[in-house]
Design a protein around this ligand. Structure first.
Ligand code: ATP
Ligand code: MG
Length: 284
């Protein structure tokens, strides 16, 4: 049995449960219980505060965990980062009040900086040779300047709207980019490694699928060479004749980030009636 720690409640809870379910692993829906055993995979889920996940994985209470990279970096536990999971993307940034005279990082010398991430901040300030005072606070960091706790904050930012609402301006570039990651204890038994590999195989099928689209369209047979140069497919595209003289349909996959450039090229090569679909799982 593999023990997986995820956040009990908060921003990572639902997305982690959703991710597990998309891996084809079903859990009981009981919201009260702090542990849940999957019906169809040897997996037990432990629900913890995200702050506690790195230590629990390090000391073996859990074998693996889903947690933000930010939390892993803050806690500094010696755990293995197995893979990035592509959700809960955010960044850790410094922010100053709109009227703060900020020129460069040296403007932060002598100020107080409120944060829930003192370890990451301390490393950053030392590396940047800045002498500022760190004021540790466990939540509501963005109100620290307006209530006089600190002049500057260091916190999680995603859209920046919370900063704006609180009259703060983000200092770019961010100190750290973060997303949810799968972490593992370094000395897992062979049996648990094997289960982890199986779990990862399913995750990879999901993660790969996310970066591709399924594409179908009709085209005149004369343009087959042009079209297959643009869409080479995994091995080769599937080409099927239409019930219309001189025309075929092509089915293939295309990388999401090349999507629009491919579409333009296809249109130029005579492609018509395109259908583009999301892919749920993909195993290469
Ligand atoms: P806990 O009670 O478990 O300690 P928390 O209050 O520390 O929870 P949350 O606010 O639920 O933490 O955030 C959990 C994680 O989600 C963060 O550590 C970060 O990785 C990610 N996260 C936080 N805010 C955002 C955001 N605005 N956008 C995307 N991801 C975010
Ligand atoms: Mg927390």
């Amino acid at each position: 049995m593999l023990n997986l720690a995820i956040q009990k409640s908060g921003r990572l809870n639902e997305v982690s449960l959703d991710f597990i379910e998309k891996c084809g692993i079903s859990l009981p829906k009981n919201k009260i219980s702090l542990r849940a055993e999957a019906y169809n995979f040897p997996l037990q889920v432990l629900f913890l505060r995200d702050d506690d996940i790195p230590a629990c994985v390090f000391n073996g209470v859990a074998d693996v965990g889903i947690v933000g990279e930010n939390e892993v970096a803050e806690k500094g536990e010696n755990v293995e980062i197995i893979k990035k999971l592509g959700f809960s993307k955010c960044r850790l940034s410094l922010a100053v009040p709109k009227d703060f005279h900020y020129e460069n990082l040296h403007s932060l010398n002598g100020v107080r900086i409120a944060t829930s991430y003192p370890h990451i901040l301390r490393n950053f300030l030392e590396k940047s040779n800045i002498n500022a005072q760190i004021y540790e606070i466990s939540g509501s960091v963005e109100i620290a300047p307006s209530v006089g706790l600190a002049e500057v904050i260091f916190d999680i930012v995603s859209s920046g709207s919370t900063l704006m609402t609180n009259g703060l301006r983000e200092i770019k570039p961010a100190v750290m980019e973060s997303e949810a990651v799968l972490i593992a204890q370094r000395n897992l038994s062979a049996e648990k490694r094997n289960l982890l590999d199986k779990f990862c195989f399913r995750m990879d099928a999901l993660l790969t699928a996310k970066s591709f689209k399924y594409i179908m369209f009709n085209f005149p047979n004369n343009n087959l060479d042009k079209i297959t140069k643009i869409i080479p497919g995994m091995k080769s595209p599937t080409v099927v004749p239409l019930d219309l003289e001189g025309w075929s349909a092509l089915h293939s996959v295309v990388e999401e980030n090349l999507f629009w450039t491919k579409i333009d090229a296809l249109k130029e090569a005579g492609a018509e009636d395109m259908v583009i679909l999301p892919i749920e799982k993909m195993i290469k």
